[in-house]
Ligand binder design. Structure first.
Ligand code: KG4
Ligand code: ZN
Length: 334
């Protein structure tokens, strides 16, 4: 089954052609990062306009690079939730138009399910059940993937998403947007034991997160040093912040996996590219099998949507022309 996957939930316009959920024939990504960098974060209205400008060209290139035409495509999968509503609408409208014009079925894809499915592409033998930590700019969730289409949330952030915390801390350190990769790089030059921040835990059996405290901790640390006229090592601060966040994320992931008795854990989402997070996973995994996608498949892309669409289609989940963009929708409420 050949699926055209379309993704426009945030600041990447992407389309991919995926065979049987696991094989990428093409993946075209048009990133808007350079534009949003000027504003220190994603500006939703600009994102929608840029998606609109890029979408048709990106879809055409994805088909061309795969060496296929629309006639060869069996179905169109599209991210419809969650995300920036104006951005999502561009992808949903494009997918609906293609589906209407060609008569090909339309498959609605949840963005977080897409991130999780990115793991199937590079780990051909991976099958549910497993527990996945999904952390991106807008989400921090620990999800029990019970089957290809049955998901349960075991833990989630109570305030900021992990990526959001990375981006905000990078901003106060003057590193620019997106902050995650910049903190990751700078932290390599720092001492991660230099500054100790409190780890937030909600007690045994609860796998939720909170990152607003550490974000404020970093801001207060900088202000105090400034008032005392002391120089701060940004590398030490970045390393200490990153250590705290990655230890909490992986600690909760491992405990949550043990609580439901799976033997495999996975990472997904933009923050899953973080080198310290991957090291921590390898350090803490014990007897569990640990997998994660390569960095290109961690950030938003059409392939993961084509992959998830394949499995949604297997369970008979199709949409009609009433499909709409939904900005907030829990991964288990479908
Ligand atoms: O999944 P994604 O591309 O988009 C959303 O769905 O949000 O994730 C983007 C987020 C940003 O917050 C970015 O700073 C973060 O992922 N990120 C990282 C790294 N690479 C990207 N965070 C930490 N370390 C990285 N290496
Ligand atoms: Zn994402």
């Amino acid at each position: 089954m050949l699926i055209l996957g379309i993704e426009t939930s945030c600041d990447e316009t992407s389309a991919a052609v995926v065979r049987d959920g696991r094989e990428i024939l093409s993946d075209v990504i048009s990133s808007q990062i350079d534009i949003h960098t000027q504003f220190g974060g994603v500006v939703p209205e600009i994102a929608s306009r840029k998606h609109l400008e890029a979408i048709n060209g990106v879809i055409d290139s994805a088909l061309e690079n795969a060496g296929v035409t629309l006639d060869d495509i069996d179905a169109i999968g599209v991210t419809y939730a969650p995300g920036l509503v104006g951005a999502l609408l561009v992808g949903v409208s494009a997918a609906k138009a293609l589906s209407f014009a060609t008569g090909k079925p339309l498959i609605p894809v949840h963005h977080i399910r897409g991130h999780i499915c990115a793991n199937y592409i590079e780990h051909k033998d991976l099958e549910p059940p497993f527990v996945c930590l999904v952390c991106s700019g807008g989400h921090s969730h620990i999800i029990h993937v019970k089957s290809y289409t049955d998901y349960a949330v075991l833990g989630q952030t109570r305030d900021d998403a992990a990526g959001e915390a990375f981006d905000k801390v990078a901003r106060v350190l003057g590193l620019g947007y997106p902050g995650g990769p910049k903190i990751d790089k700078l932290a390599k030059e720092g001492n991660d034991d230099a500054i100790s921040f409190k780890k937030v835990s909600f007690g045994k059996g609860c796998y939720d997160f909170s990152f607003s405290g550490i974000k404020t901790g970093v801001i207060n640390y900088l202000h105090n040093a400034e008032q005392k006229g002391e120089t701060v090592s940004k590398a030490d601060l970045a390393a200490s912040f990153q250590k705290n966040v990655t230890e909490v994320l992986i600690g909760n992931l491992v405990e949550a996996a043990k609580s439901v008795g799976v033997d495999t854990i996975a990472l997904a989402g933009g923050v899953a590219s973080n080198s310290r997070l991957r090291q921590e996973l390898d350090r803490r995994k014990g007897n569990l099998r640990a997998v994660y996608p390569s960095p290109k498949l961690c950030t938003d892309n059409g392939s993961m949507i084509g992959c998830s669409a394949f499995y949604e289609a297997q369970s008979g989940r199709y949409a009609d022309m009433t499909l709409n963009a939904i900005p907030y929708l829990s991964v288990d409420l479908i």
